[in-house]
Design a protein around this ligand. Sequence first.
Ligand SMILES: Nc1nc2c(c(=O)[nH]1)N[C@H]1C(S)=C(S)[C@@H](COP(=O)(O)OP(=O)(O)OC[C@H]3O[C@@H](n4cnc5c(N)ncnc54)[C@H](O)[C@@H]3O)O[C@H]1N2
Ligand code: MOO
Length: 413
Amino acid sequence: MTDCCSAPGLMPLEQGLEKLCQEITTVTETEAVILDNALDRILAQSVISPVNVPSHNNSAMDGYALRLGDLANADTLPLAGQSLAGHPFQGEMPAGHCVRIMTGASVPDGADTVIMQEQVNVTDHGIQFLNKPNKTGSNIRLAGEDIPEGCEVFTAGHKVRAQDLGLLASLGVPEVNVYRRIKVALFSTGDELKLPGQSLGPGDIYDSNRFALKAMLKRLGADILDLGLIADDPDALRQAFSEADCQADVVITSGGVSVGDADFVKDILQEMGRMSFWKLAIKPGKPFAFGRLPNSWFIGLPGNPVSATVTFQQLATPALMHLMGARQAELQTIQAICKTPLKKGPGRREFQRGILSTGDNGQMEVVTTGSQGSGVMRSMGLANCYIVLPEEQGNVAEGEQVTVQLFNHLLMN
Ligand SMILES: Nc1nc2c(c(=O)[nH]1)N[C@H]1C(S)=C(S)[C@@H](COP(=O)(O)OP(=O)(O)OC[C@H]3O[C@@H](n4cnc5c(N)ncnc54)[C@H](O)[C@@H]3O)O[C@H]1N2
Ligand code: MOO
């Protein structure tokens, strides 16, 4: 089955994204959190290094610290002592001497070079240096050469990752200022929906959208208010809208945004608030709706499971990131050779599900997952990427180059 498509009256995806980010304003409340609680939070302030990293000139090798000039007239220098990590050599290194030094230990005052121990002989008279480096500074890591004190390490809007926690700790920073978490209320609409585990009556199906959506919201770092399944009944929907609106920053629904007789979501949005836009030139996901309720933003995702997932990733995710204060990550795409022909009519931008791999010649190749109906959730299960086909594109022949968005850039890995 093919979905009908018509570009007239449909808003381009970029325009929809622009409107979302124009209308939604970033939360203002911030809080300080200790590093153990900072993973995946969004920095509300830039982080300036309070220290030099490394904090002191230190050795990159186990070996001997010396003044290189002392090797001009001698190849053996007596040992003046040692410098271990955490136990520096005290005082200035005497002229014409060397100091035993370990990786990470402070370079003694006076020393300008470290020679690794594999390049010396230990003799009764001192350390004999077999190779002379031709310039000073070898094997010395200078204070501040990685991060100088006062340098901006992260800017506001950065999402804290595991490696960032290591870096923050290396600066001695115990806590960071982050935006407060956002709260998203979620419900599925539809009389036909049942919970996994329940038995299906005639015409019933399982609610799959809420499970995929909750998982993606969790990955985004949102607090979730799950209001479950709501019937296609205006009063039940009104009640769910009110309950969600008074508790959350954003209300997300799936289903009931098209033109069917039981599609009440847009009517209730307009009754309680206002609709900003509806219907985009994308496939799947055309009937995506966005608006404002008295207290919260409203995002209405189409009911078809693939449409709900695609619109969550392409529209709701950037909108929620903007609300949380996160800097928009540049969407990374890859060019690949399409190894299977694809059906496509001009009009809407399509997000077809594909499987990307590296071909024998090292070139990226992509194949379709098969049937691209917006109810075919298996197409998402098999896929590791979207094949993104531009609005004006028609059918794609085998061997043509296409643009691919990898799922692991979309919080789906
Ligand atoms: N005359 C027209 N009909 C339709 C149009 C159109 O432009 N004119 N658009 C089609 C497109 S595109 C989509 S997408 C769907 C979206 O419709 P709704 O958002 O109103 O969604 P429903 O009608 O409620 O459901 C559609 C489909 O998805 C199943 N569904 C719904 N919720 C869930 C859920 N939580 N988990 C799993 N599956 C769900 C539902 O049973 C339906 O099969 O409208 C087209 N129609
Ligand atoms: O174009 Mo609708 O979103 O089937 O999928």
